[in-house]
Design a protein around this ligand. Structure first.
Ligand code: FMN
Length: 378
């Protein structure tokens, strides 16, 4: 949707955010016979904005969007931590996909429990350098995931290196049958409504690189964005409030905004916990998804990371729809229990604040807009 000319050439950006801008995801559409769409398993080529047939039509009922992850694409930079990025990024992307399906009136159901080996066969993924992450059925009925034959193995980036811990963690959560789709949750009752279309908000969204720390945000914006972001999501969230109308600074356990669980000015602490990144200091509020991951099984761990990414993607859209700005944010794991005052593991942070500049809107698929790089404050 946007491109930047950098020292290494043209850097393309997608519609959804990606931890470190590594974009480790691939997307396929599995279309069975008997619908109005061309049957087959089609790989989405984002540069050409085209669907390329990769395999024969799957057996089953509803067309399915399949998201896979390529660990090396983020692991070369972030090593094993990149495995979490795959799930966070799947969440930010699916936040947009589900919102667009809803706005287009297409029933869409998210599945994160599926037969991994069958889905890998459908897409030509080898479950080491590329592995299935999530499935969304479009239309009524279960997703068509039964392969009628092998798919072409796509060419991955040159000589990817395997991260054995990533392979082991991914394999540990594998299942052999389809589970229930996610409960999408009831529509949120919110104090503020946005008028822009989903397409316009997606085009406007970018990760804000600089926020104005002299200005805060209305409490209604916080309530609205948290309510829509957490619709149907069970992962607990906290909010570190720096500057929100009628709320004292401190840590709150959403949805309780009556009193902070840890009062006090936290800008400097957030700055430190987020690896001295100024966005976490300059935002009006920072949301924190956290859980006791030791209580989760291997599949639930994947789901918790994806749920945190889904919430981050929706917070991001809500912020732009309501005139604010946002960015995903990484953190130092070991600092989070002290920050929250509870012995929990952080999943993901999102900074929401007043933009210090306006980003150029992204172009439609296939016609990206060229933008200049804005770097975060250092
Ligand atoms: C899960 C996630 C974590 C992120 N973490 C950080 C971060 O720690 N610091 C930062 O400056 N940007 C962070 N970002 C923003 C990305 O750098 C940005 O999404 C990516 O470069 C693509 O740009 P865009 O969002 O403007 O399209 C994060 C984004 C996501 C989705």
């Amino acid at each position: 949707m946007r491109t930047i000319e950098g020292s290494h050439g043209t850097h393309p950006f997608r519609a959804a955010g990606s931890a470190g801008g590594r974009f480790p995801l691939e997307v396929y559409v599995a279309v069975p016979d008997g619908t109005s769409l061309p049957p087959g398993v089609h790989w989405y080529d984002p540069m050409q904005h085209a669907l390329v047939q990769a395999g024969p039509a799957p057996r089953g009922v509803a067309p399915a969007v399949i998201v896979t992850g390529v660990p090396w694409r983020t692991g070369w930079r972030y090593r094993e931590r990149g495995w979490r990025h795959v799930y966070w990024d799947a969440g930010t992307m699916l936040a947009q996909l589900l919102a667009l399906a809803d706005s287009a009136g297409v029933p869409a159901a998210l599945y994160t429990r599926f037969p991994d080996a069958a889905v890998a066969t459908l897409t030509g993924a080898d479950r080491v350098h590329e592995a299935p992450v999530a499935v969304v059925s479009l239309g009524d009925g279960p997703p068509a995931l039964d392969p009628a034959g092998p798919a072409a193995a796509g060419a991955l980036d040159a000589a990817p290196v395997e991260f054995p811990l990533v392979t082991a963690a991914q394999r540990a959560g594998e299942r052999d049958r389809l589970g229930e789709p996610w409960d999408r949750g009831a529509p949120a009752d919110v104090p503020v409504h946005a008028s822009a279309t989903v397409d316009a908000v997606v085009a406007a969204r970018g990760s804000q690189r600089r926020m104005d720390d002299t200005r805060g945000l209305p409490q209604e914006l916080l309530r609205t964005s948290m309510s829509v972001a957490l619709r149907g999501i069970g992962v607990p969230h906290w909010v570190a409030v720096h500057d929100v109308e009628d709320l004292a600074a401190g840590i709150y356990r959403w949805p309780d905004l009556e009193a902070p669980t840890r009062p006090g000015a936290l800008r400097d602490e957030l700055h430190r916990v987020c690896l001295r990144q100024f966005l976490a200091r300059d935002a009006a509020f920072v949301t924190i998804a956290a859980a006791d991951v030791g209580r989760l099984d291997d599949r639930e761990y994947r789901e918790a990371q994806l749920a945190a990414g889904l919430a981050e993607g929706r917070l991001h859209l809500a912020a732009y729809a309501l005139g604010a700005s946002a960015s995903g944010m990484t953190f130092i794991d070991s600092e989070v229990p002290e920050l929250l005052g509870e012995p929990l593991d952080a999943l993901l942070f999102t900074c929401v604040g007043v933009p210090a500049y306006r980003s150029t809107a992204g172009g439609p698929p296939g016609a990206p807009s060229r933008v200049r790089m804005v770097t975060p404050r250092r």
